[in-house]
Design a protein around this ligand. Structure first.
Ligand code: ADP
Length: 269
């Protein structure tokens, strides 16, 4: 009887191990596929503006642009495309840091009211210079402890807020709200800008995804901002999602788990 028991335990242990091994191989394959897809899209994204720069430089060299005005136009395009590349490389750098060090966001236990007040203050100062206002909804920002990488959360907030400004008319209003639910904070950034087409909604968090509006206008976007934001929120065990309607506006929400006293002994990554 004892032996049978032992064999049973051995088999179930073996099965469990096999299951984990298979999972880990599947994960490896998935990473590898993602990596290949990422390299392919980066090459494509870099090549497009480069091809255009090359074309205009050749135009200047071959004297196709004869008059001063055409020359200036060519130089302007070259400058715009160079700036685009600059933005792209900066975002890629951020993105690679996050992906590689996904497990090492530097979390600190901070007070949520202090953190968000400071972030809002910085954004509002900048917005004032740009003649925009940001409305803060709700009574007061909840005063709770959260374990977060402050700079990263600030990055998510500014991605969301500046997107609201980028993808709206001059009169776009942006509002911000933080609420507390049982074991998490719910942060909302809402605008009454152009909104996002329902077909685009499932893709806005994808790397390099850009809606029609964004591709036509030249606003220095790269399609990485929301992908970066999503990685950051996931590294904090939170979730981020969006609701939007064309012509009405967009509604981004992300959550951050509250820091539990029981977490006290646990190491904060
Ligand atoms: P980027 O702004 O660099 O294009 P993001 O990853 O920040 O890249 O956003 C991806 C796309 O999602 C944008 O190109 C735009 O089409 C859409 N989008 C993001 N935020 C908003 C918003 N607040 N209103 C409307 N569209 C938005």
């Amino acid at each position: 009887y004892g032996k049978k028991d032992e064999i049973g335990r051995f088999i179930s242990g073996f099965n469990m191990m096999r299951h984990y091994l298979k999972q880990s191989i599947d994960k490896q394959q998935e990473y590898e596929q993602n990596r290949k897809a990422l390299v392919a899209s980066i090459s494509h994204e870099l090549r497009t503006p480069l091809a255009s720069i090359k074309g205009y430089v050749e135009g200047l060299q071959d004297d196709i642009a004869r008059d001063e005005e055409t020359k200036r136009k060519y130089l302007n395009v070259i400058e715009t495309k160079t700036n685009q590349l600059d933005h792209l490389i900066e975002d890629l750098f951020e993105f690679s840091k996050i992906n590689v060090e996904q497990m090492s966001v530097k979390k600190e236990v901070v007070n949520s009211r202090k953190l968000f007040t400071r972030i809002l203050y910085a954004v509002q100062l900048d917005l004032k210079e740009k003649q925009f206002t940001l409305e803060v909804k709700g009574q007061q920002i909840p005063s709770e402890y959260i374990a977060v990488d402050q700079a990263r959360i600030e990055q998510v907030m500014s991605n969301l807020i500046y997107n609201s400004l980028k993808y709206g008319a001059d009169q776009t209003e942006v509002s911000f709200d933080v609420d507390e639910e049982t074991d998490q904070l719910v942060v909302q950034v809402q605008d009454n800008g152009y909104g996002i087409a329902s077909g685009d909604l499932p893709h806005v968090f994808d790397r390099f995804f850009r809606g029609e509006h964004s591709k036509s206008g030249d606003n220095g976007g790269t399609g990485l901002g929301l992908a970066i934001s999503k990685s950051i929120i996931q590294a904090h065990n939170g979730q981020i999602h969006v609701d939007s309607q064309v012509g009405k506006g967009s509604y981004f929400t992300f959550t951050l788990p509250l820091w539990e006293i029981e977490d006290n002994g646990k190491e904060i990554e």
